[in-house]
Design a protein around this ligand. Structure first.
Ligand code: SF4
Length: 257
């Protein structure tokens, strides 16, 4: 049996992890495979915003494959956002209710949909496997948490987060999400910023409607989508914003006539 150490790159296909793979290719660093864990909204719909999942499957994975690096996609066999949302609580004061929205800061989607497939994969790896982690040289606190089996190529080759972004851009591998946000994550994330929710509202009304449908389900453990608002409140606010804009446009047009 070969005693060659295995090298993998954990990749979310955000700028830092994509730049890490680019550096591995550019500098001839050993790399056996890229590992990507995809959270699903339901059986069919990805938890990644459509622009990002399209970038992953149709641009980034084929690019890396062309350069000799395959991507292994992991998914939970049991859970999706919808299955977690609709799961009935069996015990305690909420028994009989459905679990509904994940809590801000204690996201069960991470626990249910991401960790089990990653843990299973980790157990299948030979001991001593080296994992490349996308942490930039200007993220000192995160770098301090690395150990001999977790290596930052961005640090090794002196790349800041900004330089990682430029590197991705130069190769045509900067995810389109950076046009409207500075962070990745599920499109139904309770930590989503207003501009990300607004993007979803404007560009993906079908996904937006799915969230409104979930909000309308009865007997939920919590009505809150994030710390302070129901999803339907956010929807109401966006509709009001648009209506106000329409009024301003109307007044402006009236003045011009
Ligand atoms: S991005 Fe948000 S919803 Fe998705 S797993 Fe992370 S915390 Fe949970």
């Amino acid at each position: 049996m070969s005693d060659k150490v295995m090298h993998i790159a954990s990749c979310s296909f955000g700028k830092d992890s994509v730049a890490t793979v680019l550096l591995a290719i550019e500098h001839g660093e050993p790399l056996d495979e890229i590992v990507y864990c995809e959270v699903m909204f339901d059986e069919r719909i990805s938890g990644e915003i459509p622009e990002h999942i399209d970038f992953i499957y149709n641009t980034a994975i084929p690019y890396f494959e062309k350069h000799g690096v395959k991507t292994r996609v992991l998914r939970s066999e049991k859970h999706t956002y919808v299955s977690s949302f609709t799961r009935q609580i069996q015990r305690g004061k909420h028994a009989g209710k459905i679990k509904s929205f994940p809590l801000c800061g204690m996201c069960c989607i991470q626990r249910d949909c991401k960790l089990p497939p990653l843990e299973r994969y980790k157990r299948s790896l030979p001991s001593g496997t080296i994992s490349y982690i996308g942490i930039a040289k200007d993220e000192q606190e995160r770098l301090l948490r690395l150990n001999s089996q977790k290596v930052s190529l961005l640090d090794k080759y002196g790349y800041t987060e900004m330089e990682a972004r430029v590197l991705c851009d130069r190769h045509g591998l900067l995810s389109p999400i950076y046009e409207f946000t500075d962070r990745g994550g599920c499109w139904f994330c309770p930590n989503a910023k207003e501009k990300e929710l607004r993007h979803l509202y404007d560009h993906h009304p079908d996904l937006w409607q799915r969230m409104l449908d979930l909000q309308a389900l009865p007997n939920k453990c919590t009505e809150l989508f994030n710390r302070t608002m129901r999803f339907s409140d956010i929807d109401f606010n966006f509709r009001m914003d648009d209506a106000q804009m329409d009024i301003f446009e109307f007044i402006e047009k009236e003045k011009q006539q």
